[in-house]
Write a protein that binds this ligand. Structure first.
Ligand code: ASP
Length: 307
């Protein structure tokens, strides 16, 4: 049994470990962990109290993958629900589809009676309003929101107001493997922007035969490199976890433009090993791990790869 989650996953890893100890499947355990992160108001980049898009609307992305069946479910740009990860799981289990976005995702969430929640808190609204006011001139302020948004969205890479998806990778006592991820994406993003999290193969991927990977930070990069799928394919080709992450890091480095700084890759293999890697100037990235035999989850520092 094994769980790897990123810094934000600290509030959920205890519940995830308990689920695995109780003999529940990896997917149940990973989902249970993500659900706790989604409702924690202290985590500003996932679920409740996270940063909105440039129009002040909290659009959430989430995905799950069952590494045994290789089935996936994802939602993108979901507005108004408490646990996007569970809606993503329902997409996997109740539809012949893999991803729902926007109005269709919200319609489906209502149809399955998912719990509603206005994820925009007064505090997040006030920060958004202040950043917006600082970014607009008088004429734009008067016309907002009927103004071109693309220039404003350059602030979508504002490092002050974004930090991390939550990602969970788990192996259960029967050798089942799963991934589950959830995020509000980048603060002040263009409405409708999807990050890597709802895109299976980019933000996460799990195949119980080889391993699983999940990414945090600039989804624009890991979408372009298909990073999570690439890591699992590198494992399938026989590379060690460390070499697989190094290769995936080199793939990211080859991309022209964009930000590799801050991207962190979390990976496990079918033998129960794990590695978490950061790149560029992002040093001291930490994560949580729990494995069979540990009394409690441990917080560790990711390895740093110079690619
Ligand atoms: N990867 C996420 C996204 O691009 C954001 C993050 O993890 O910081 O939506």
């Amino acid at each position: 049994m094994l769980i790897v989650t990123n810094h934000e996953g600290g509030v959920g890893i205890g519940e995830t470990a308990k689920a695995l100890r109780d003999g529940r499947p990896a997917l149940d355990a990973a989902e249970a962990g993500v659900r706790l992160v989604e409702v924690d108001p202290a985590i500003r980049s996932v679920g409740y109290n996270s940063w909105p898009n440039i129009l002040g609307q909290v659009e959430l992305d989430a995905a799950v993958m069952d590494g045994t069946t290789l089935r996936t479910g994802a939602v993108g740009g979901l507005v108004g629900y408490r646990n996007p990860v569970s809606v993503a799981r329902a997409v996997m289990e109740r539809l012949p589809h893999e991803i729902l976005v926007g109005a269709g995702a919200a319609r489906f969430a209502a149809e399955i009676a998912a719990e509603r929640l206005d994820n925009l808190t007064p505090a997040a609204h006030a920060t958004w309003q202040r950043v917006l006011n600082e970014s607009l001139d008088e004429r734009q302020r008067a016309a907002f929101p009927d103004i071109p948004l693309s220039e404003l969205c350059q602030r979508a890479t504002d490092p002050e107001y974004q930090k991390d998806t939550t990602v969970f990778l788990a192996i259960d006592g029967q050798g089942g493997m799963a991934s589950a991820v959830s995020t509000s994406g980048w603060a002040w993003k263009y409405p409708g922007r999807l990050g890597d999290s709802p895109i299976i193969g980019a933000g996460s991927y799990a195949d119980a035969a080889y391993g699983a990977c999940a990414c945090t930070h600039t989804g624009e990069m890991t979408i372009r490199a298909g990073t999570s799928r690439a890591v699992v394919l590198y494992l399938k080709m026989g590379l060690s976890l460390e070499d697989a992450l190094f290769e995936a890091g080199r793939d990211l480095r080859r991309l022209k433009g964009g930000l590799i700084r801050g991207v962190a890759l979390h990976a496990i293999d079918a033998q129960g090993n794990h590695r978490v890697a950061s790149f560029g100037e992002a040093k001291g990235v930490d994560y949580w791990i729990w494995e069979h035999g540990m009394a409690a989850p441990e917080r560790r520092v990711a390895m740093h790869l110079d690619v």
